[in-house]
Design a protein around this ligand. Structure first.
Ligand SMILES: C[S@@+](CC[C@H](N)C(=O)[O-])C[C@H]1O[C@@H](n2cnc3c(N)ncnc32)[C@H](O)[C@@H]1O
Length: 277
């Protein structure tokens, strides 16, 4: 499998990666959607829907009387979302920063793992747009990763903080270097954007050896991607040695060690659109 970019230029966003992640974390995906508290019969926008990994859980939440509509920037992900939605689907190619929908059209919006690709200014635009297209009293749920709380063992405790810092400080840093550290700040972003009754839940996706086959696929891919990133960045020399060992043979020997532990930290912030919006 590959973490190659989509046609819109985002890493970790193509079908192979998204499906591998979803297959290894299905239980947590359902828990994330349940946190959002969407109700039966609601019409929900899945903004940045990717390959449609959350569609079935959103459908489950709103029931047959409800409706899920998808939007994504990458044309191939729109096609995949369309397949996930099946009959009577509605998928639009476009940006979460400029939503092509009427105001108050939806009861709720769901936006997972998409803000990490946006600049701070684009996050503000996206939140204003999500607030606009959801009716007063409706809900917006935004979920994202916090790579500073990412951890694997056995490994140096500072391996990931060093990588996060070197990515952030690089002269050619991409928006996701900053965006992937934003997870635990989401609540404040929603509050500043004028949402009310904002709450945030943080959730670790933790896996201990022995991993299942889908988990081996996910963690070996994750660590190979991060090792390639680290070896291309200004991380300390001892880290380089450790990353090479982690990525050996596609990362499989490392993630199948009997003492392996991997942890991805995710946060979900949920806000209500105020009356009079
Ligand atoms: C990591 S994937 C997440 C997909 C899905 N939400 C999930 O969690 O499985 C990020 C998705 O956001 C989309 N995306 C990135 N920037 C976007 C933007 N400005 N507007 C809409 N979609 C965007 C990408 O094309 C990609 O499909």
């Amino acid at each position: 499998m590959t973490t190659s970019q989509t046609s819109a230029g985002h890493v970790l966003s193509n079908e192979a990666w998204l499906d591998t992640h979803a297959a290894a974390c299905a239980r947590e995906y359902r828990d994330f959607v349940q946190c959002a508290g969407f109700e039966t019969g609601w019409s929900v926008l899945d903004a940045g829907s990717g390959s449609g990994s959350f569609v079935s859980f959103l459908r489950e939440a709103v029931g047959i009387e409800g409706r899920v509509v998808c939007i994504d920037l990458a044309s191939e992900n729109c096609r995949l979302s369309s397949l996930a939605l099946g009959a009577a689907n509605e998928v639009t190619q476009g940006s979460v920063t400029r939503l092509p929908f009427a105001s108050a059209r939806f009861d709720a919006a769901w936006c997972a793992n998409t803000f990490q690709y946006l600049t701070a200014e684009q996050v503000e635009q996206a939140l204003a747009e999500l607030r606009r297209v959801v009716r007063p009293g409706g809900r917006v749920a935004v979920k994202d990763v916090d790579m500073l709380a990412f951890k694997v063992s056995p490994a140096d405790a500072f391996l990931f903080p060093h990588l996060a810092e070197s990515c952030l400080r690089a002269p050619d840093a991409s928006p996701d270097s900053e965006g992937s550290l934003r997870g635990r700040e989401l609540r404040r972003w929603l509050e500043r954007a004028g949402f009310i009754e904002v709450q945030q839940h943080s959730l670790f996706i933790e896996r201990w050896a022995p991993l299942t086959t889908p988990e081996v696929a996910l963690w070996s891919c994750w660590l190979s991607y991060l090792a390639a990133l680290a070896l291309n960045r200004d991380v300390p020399a001892p880290d380089r040695i450790e990353w090479r060992e982690i990525a050996r043979d596609g990362g499989v020997p490392f993630v199948t060690r009997p003492d392996f532990y991997g942890c991805e930290a995710q946060a979900i912030a949920i806000g209500t659109v105020p009356e009079g919006s």
